[in-house]
Write a protein that binds this ligand. Sequence first.
Ligand code: F7E
Length: 328
Amino acid sequence: MATQTKRALITGITGQDGSYLAEYLLSQGYEVHGIVRRVALEDPSNRLVRLSSILEKLHLHSASLESFPSLYRVISEVRPDELYHLAAQSFVSYSFEDSFSTFSTNIDGTHSLLECVRDLVPECRMYFAGSSEMFGHAAEVPQSETTRFYPRSPYGISKVTGFHMSRNYRESYNLFIASGIMFNHESPRRGFEFVTRKITSHAARIRHGARIKLPLGNLDAKRDWGFAGDYVKAMHQMLQQDQPDDFVIATGQTHSVREFCQLAFEEVGLNYEDHVVVDPRFYRPAEVHVLMGDSTKAREKLGWKAEVTFPDLVRMMVQHDLEHFSRK
Ligand code: F7E
């Protein structure tokens, strides 16, 4: 008997992770649906740019995390086998500027989806995108699934809430809901507001002759940076297990923002110290100083490990931006 095509629904499909995940699921033979904002459908050349190479293979539906009825309608139409909830207000700095909208999008949006799954498709397997920001001011290094949460931003708090809600729905209603506690993951598709892409785009533009400085905040913050293309495979793996569970997804290495600058500028033959200026506007009211993940559980149970190393990640992003800005 022929096996039935699995149907996946992705929130946040237009973002970095959503686009890699959509490509990966298509390569695995899935029928891929995505939730996008109505304005994205009206302006595909700008808003769907990360999906441009696969757009005709996708089924896109307009809905908003802020509207329960819109989510309810899409889920009842699509009836997914797997739901990947990636959409969020994900920029930590902005969450300090507008904690209300961050809480509303990230907490109420997750709550709405959980309730839709419970009511409409209780057999659907759901992935919740947790974050290393949940560890925040962590009491231990490295951080694993057993490390206590101590979020340091409204974003981190919203993710802790989403994580606990997901676990509670799993345990209360016997749903298959898995959470990834994902450490920073980057790529040439990263938004320009995040520090890695900010650095690689500036290094490339300066190499091409732009007379600009690179203003940054805390150069000593340390992060466990991996490649987003590796991380979406872990999301999929989590939903193929016999039991739903939570997993730390990380490289196990940590590097400072300063080290990232050093490597990125070296890649274009420059010294970062000649181009970076420290600008207090980019400091955060409360900083997370060191994150480094222990993904032993993911390695043992999912057979997952990060493939792309830190120097290769920096090189990939810089080389992409050199090409990207040569066309501007
Ligand atoms: O900051 C420091 C900043 O904004 C990294 C999101 O995907 O990963 C991401 O959150 C570090 C911080 O990412 C600038 O203070 C210095 O210590 O690239 P970021 P993030 O806050 O770690 C987690 C896992 C998520 O879940 C989030 O959604 O870099 N930093 N100077 C700066 N950061 C920025 N953005 N801009 C600066 O100028």
